[in-house]
Ligand binder design. Structure first.
Ligand code: BES
Ligand code: ZN
Length: 633
């Protein structure tokens, strides 16, 4: 039996745990957990087979002065009848007390800290199946970034946002922080006026006066979600509807630009539904955050979090939105049981993203983006070595920490796998299979083994010749690139690659051609330039193509990376401005790396800039760059 609890689903009608979040007639789904060896999560202290959290009810206050959140988390627990303890995850939480549902104190211990994992909190719950934890987060809680007014577009009010994935939420929520332990949740959060609080669940009612110049905001998520998907943001926020079930939150100064860039969102949701079935989360809203957000996007349910660096003015970087939206199926509906299988979230999503882009923006753009992704994968496998196990989709235990994995493998090789299967079995069959996968595993965790089992049962169906052609095990468990891989259409970049070759051979630069290219074509061109360039060549490139002045952050980043790797002094102030205004790890880390690789020229520049910018970065970005520049406080 794969599932603990013999029924695959337990439907508890309107049990309305811990608050008023649920409507009378709503059903709460309690998801099963997987108990197979490959589904175990070494990154949690929880013992879900003994006792697990099924619902979290938060009652919290945001304290912008102390930079803490505090209050109570009331947890509903599903446990073996004789179980009398439950183990939670914590990272620096200050726990004042734990009580049962009636307010009687329960004994608890906070265990020893394990680096990269936090501390276990073991509660002697006895016969209680609801416990309330009264706590405060630490001021340095890793999931949270508290921004000073100067770090916002408006410049007047503070701002807060969280980032839960992969295992940061234990720094502000005392629960079982593992993607295989799904939990429904509700929250009441107070914040000082005039700040607005938003969360990754549907809003309940209007904000209420909470006294002392504060307002209370209520939310609920009645679907069981992986706990890394509980997210919060608070700031000077305005909402703009984009369509009947889509909209965007951001600071007033950004709202027009954001709404314009995101105007295709409703069409994307429709495209996604046409591909792989109904959108099951009610609303699809987004929040465009301040530029210190450490990722491009984060698929928080009902409320995708986005970097403002994707705002290019021409919708050329909205593949990001397609990506986060696709996670509403791959990731949020069907979720990797542990971080060794994050390709199940990110790889399938990257494939799905491309299919949405094809439907909304057409085949040419989709093929070009797929070709860029393919090239990153090939480059990465070339660099890492095709016998290196980090190039396998499923990461073996010694490679599989929560932060492990190369994005060119997890995202790009994962997408390439899906595309290869699609090409072999045909689009119609493949789409029917993928839709079936989402439907039959909805609100459940999954592993690589489970996916392959499902492919065998519902796609291969005993066809030995097809089985051989697909090479499924090689794709998932072996390093390198299987030779059945579906390659991108050669035509995708034929013109651009010709232009890059002409530049390398004869130094010809065609400004008019560049002007007519798509963003993907420009990125391809920059990636195909010779790695070593002289100061004169760099100056000409910059002058002719207007690279330093590009309003497209992907292009600006690609240019700066190339320029710094060639010790191009005029790019330093441009890079410094960029690094002072943007905290997205994907941009920031490689630029510091490029500088550090230039020894006596770049190292002092990197240290000087980082000394000024470090405090403006989220802990995720700080952690990544600290390693690069050898920062030790
Ligand atoms: N879920 C990821 C972000 C993430 C991954 C956070 C792992 C923490 C750990 C998100 O969906 C993502 O992939 N973002 C990309 C977007 C891009 C691939 C379009 C990013 O941030 O760059
Ligand atoms: Zn993703």
């Amino acid at each position: 039996m794969r599932f603990a609890l013999s029924a695959a689903f337990l439907l508890l009608a309107a049990c309305n745990p811990g608050g008023e979040g649920l409507m009378e007639d709503e059903e709460v789904i309690v998801s099963p957990i997987l108990t197979s060896e490959d589904a175990k999560d070494p990154a949690t202290f929880a013992e879900p087979e003994v006792a697990r959290v099924t619902h979290v009810a938060l009652d919290l206050a945001l304290d912008f002065k102390a930079k803490t959140v505090g209050g109570t988390a009331t947890l509903d627990i599903l446990a073996e009848p004789d179980a009398d303890t439950v183990v939670l995850d914590s990272d620096g939480l200050r726990i004042a007390k734990v009580t049962d549902g009636e307010g009687h104190a329960l004994p608890f211990t906070v265990g020893e800290r394990v680096e990269g994992k936090g501390e276990p909190v073991t509660v002697k719950m006895g016969a209680a199946r609801r416990i309330a934890v009264t706590y405060t987060s630490a001021p340095g809680a890793e999931a949270l970034q508290w921004l000073a007014p100067q770090q916002t577009a408006g410049g007047k009010l503070p701002y807060l946002f969280s980032q839960g994935q992969p295992i940061l939420n234990r720094s502000w929520i005392p629960t079982q922080d593992s993607p295989g332990i799904r939990q429904s949740w509700e929250a009441r959060v107070t914040a000082p006026k005039p700040l607005t609080v938003v969360m990754s669940g549907l809003r309940v009612g209007e904000p209420a006066d909470a006294g002392e110049g504060r307002r209370a905001f209520s939310f609920r998520m009645n679907k069981p979600v992986a706990p890394y998907l509980i997210a919060i943001a608070a700031g000077d926020l305005e909402f703009r509807a984009l369509g009947p079930r889509t909209g965007v939150w951001t600071e007033p100064a950004m709202i027009d630009r954001a709404a314009k860039e995101l105007e295709d969102t409703e069409a994307m949701v429709a495209a996604a539904e046409e591909l792989y079935g109904p959108y099951r989360w009610g609303r699809y809203d987004m929040i465009v955050l301040p530029p210190s957000f450490p990722y491009g996007g984060m698929e928080n349910p009902t409320l995708t979090f986005l970097t403002p660096t994707f705002l290019a003015g021409d919708k050329s970087l909205t593949g990001l939105v397609a990506h986060e939206l696709a996670h509403s199926w791959s990731g949020n509906l069907v979720t990797n049981a542990n971080w060794a299988d994050s390709w199940l979230n990110e790889g399938i999503t990257s494939y799905f993203e491309n299919r949405i882009v094809e439907k909304v923006y057409g085949r040419k753009r989709a093929e070009q983006e797929a070709a860029l992704s393919f090239a990153s994968m090939e480059d990465a496998i070339g660099e890492l070595g095709s016998d290196n196990m980090v190039t396998a989709l499923h990461l073996p235990p010694d490679e599989a920490g929560p932060d492990a994995g190369e994005s060119a493998i997890i995202y790009d090789k994962g997408a390439s796998f899906m595309r290869t299967v699609e090409h072999i079995v045909g689009r119609e069959k493949f789409d029917a299979w993928l839709r079936q996968w989402f439907d039959s595993h909805a609100f459940q965790p999954a592993t690589s083994a489970l996916l392959l089992e499902d492919m065998h049962a519902n796609l291969v169906k005993g066809d030995a010749a097809l089985e051989k052609k697909l090479a499924l095990d090689a794709w998932v468990y072996e390093p390198g690139l299987p030779d059945n891989v579906a390659r991108p259409e050669a035509a995708a970049f034929a013109g651009v690659d010709g232009a890059a070759q002409a530049y390398a051979q004869h130094g010809t630069l065609d400004a008019a051609a560049w002007g007519a290219w798509t963003t993907a074509e420009r990125l391809r061109f920059l990636s195909r330039l010779p790695k070593k360039l002289t100061t004169a060549e760099l100056a000409e490139l910059d002058r002719t193509l207007g690279l330093s002045a590009s309003g497209n952050n992907e292009i600006l980043f690609a240019w700066l990376e190339l320029a710094l790797a060639n010790r191009y002094q005029p790019a330093v102030p441009v890079a410094e401005r960029f690094l002072a205004s943007v905290g997205r790890t994907k941009f920031v880390r490689p630029l510091f790396e490029a500088l550090m690789e230039q020894g006596s020229w770049g190292e002092p520049i990197a240290r000087r800039i980082y000394g000024k910018t470090r405090s403006t970065y989220h802990s995720v970005t700080q952690g990544a760059v600290d390693k690069v520049v050898g920062w030790d406080g």
